[in-house]
Ligand binder design. Sequence first.
Ligand SMILES: *Cc1c(COP(=O)(O)O)cnc(C)c1O
Ligand code: SF4
Length: 319
Amino acid sequence: MQSYLTDPLLLLKKLDLKPQAMSFSATAASQFSFKVPTAFVDKMKIADENDPLLKQILPVYQELEHKFGYQTDPLDESLSLTQPGLLQKYHGRALLLVTPGCAINCRYCFRRHYPYDDKGHLWGQIDNNIQLIKHDISIREVILSGGDPLSLSDNKIADLFARLEGISHLKRVRIHSRFPIVDPQRVTNELLTILSRSKLKVIMILHINHANEIAADNQLAIARLIDHKILLFNQSVLLKGVNDDIEVLVQLSETLIENQIIPYYLHMLDKVQGSAHFEVSDKEAIVLYQQLRDKLPGYMLPSLVREISGEKSKLPIGL
Ligand SMILES: *Cc1c(COP(=O)(O)O)cnc(C)c1O
Ligand code: SF4
């Protein structure tokens, strides 16, 4: 069985949908490639043009429209790069870009224009970056990001953990990943062993935008992560047509808590070129968020935040 689809027309055929009716664009697909695991496809509804999972990954012609205010590097990350592969924006935390690879290519991704290739191979920077972290005793937590850090092999992850464990001022490793949800087979016994044996506290931040993304296969992967003492949180992006709806957001939080995942952030979209059709305005977002607060217990409420370059943290909005 093939575990990834890389042909968007094949996906539409499988779902019994017509490319024209879906605003499908081959040009958009050539600018940022199409990639989706079959485990994610299996959770889409047949013949549903508005399927919230399909919307996240289908290349559409709206991506080609240039909208004012949308940039290729909206967070000025090229300025925060301490050196290739290492981002230090916030106190006590260093973010390591370990791989450009992802399990799934999300159309709204703020890294869709990221110049990974110009910066050399990220894995090749690891030695340097570990040295920099070693020499900065203010760093308590290393965040593994990318891309998706679980694109690395288990051997590389074991190697990375061993090196991080050798740094005495580090307390925590955080992994930002969509793999356990979109390709749950990635949660191998070997990976669980590496994570659970670490002397560092291991935290995983999943990225789930809609309750439909969770089903029996990834519930099992989530349960195994929890059995191995990994603390699970979730971040979502507020996306027009995907989750900009009060019932959808309530259902998402409820499904997360049922699965022992704590809702962490609800991000405002980063204004990256090609993603404007996903934008939810501040006004709409604040109204939705107030409704959400009126309906849910406090522990089920993610923080609604936006990232603004130069700030000391992600900024809460709608307080
Ligand atoms: C988002 C982010 C973090 C983590 O921020 P938290 O608020 O701790 O989740 C750390 N470093 C960088 C560069 C980030 O973009
Ligand atoms: S970095 Fe995250 S949001 Fe971007 S394409 Fe990869 S999985 Fe999707």
